[in-house]
Design a protein around this ligand. Sequence first.
Ligand code: C2E
Ligand code: MG
Ligand code: MG
Ligand code: MG
Length: 284
Amino acid sequence: SLIAFAVLVSTLCGYLFWRLTGHFTSSLMVLQQAISQRQIHPFYQPFFQGDTGKIAGFEVLARWKHPVYGYVSPDIFIPLAEQHNLIGPLTRLLMQQITTDFQKAIHLFPDGLYICINISAQNCLDPHFEMDINDMMRKLEAKKRHIVVEVTERHPLHVTPQLNEWLAALRRANISVALDDFGTGYSNLAYICALQPEFLKIDKMFVSQIDNNTDTRLVESVIDLAKKMRLKVIAEGVETQAQVDYLRAKNVDFMQGYFFCRPLPAEDFIKRMRLEVSAPPSPA
Ligand code: C2E
Ligand code: MG
Ligand code: MG
Ligand code: MG
């Protein structure tokens, strides 16, 4: 029976190994294919001035619609792209698409509009990144807009000299840095010192705590901290009027969330831009 057990265990191990390596190579191939076949597209979610309610900018969010599996969440395929060294090609594809999406609608973009792109620390290893982003900036007349790269602090970020040098180069090219998902990581304050961001995005986890009766001390101190550091604050995941009222009372610079607008495909986003530009909302 011992022999039978050993055979069983080794068969199981072999099967598991086969499954795992099979899964590894196939997820790599599926994602590679998704990029080369352009199954991944940018969606756009606007954000708004806290005081006036006017559109201030938008964030680019990657969407993958697989022909068989349907929509795959970026929370799944972004880590996969990082794991397989595909962040470079993925970001390049998105930047190309942003350019083609907006080249004909660029007149709708008000001066000073912020264009926010999520990046991963791995983007700093991509030798094409600076050329790609410069190309995009030129085509989108970025002298009149502001490009912002959002770096998440959700995952541990290794602030290497290389990453620092890269961010410094971006800053020299007039690209700003936003620290995304603020409050969800481990060493928020260290990241502020290391990355010297201009923006701080308060994670939706904190925003969702704002309600008439819940404890708001945590979100309040995050806002105070950002103000003291002279950072512009973007509240993300704003879903209710009560949250809007609270954030407005706290003079939060910008607000983003389903309450205002969901992430939209290019065509719908351009329609929305047209409305925003022709009839800007008045303050509440
Ligand atoms: P993020 O950058 O913090 O983006 C905000 C997420 O919250 C987005 O999820 C957005 O769709 C969602 N969201 C916006 N408003 C609301 C709201 O009112 N309520 C709720 N519950 N959610 C809201 P999404 O699009 O699924 O993206 C998830 C994360 O994947 C992003 O978080 C970002 O870290 C990453 N990601 C997305 N696109 C890219 C990309 O092109 N490159 C990189 N490196 N990361 C990306
Ligand atoms: Mg973001
Ligand atoms: Mg975020
Ligand atoms: Mg997030």
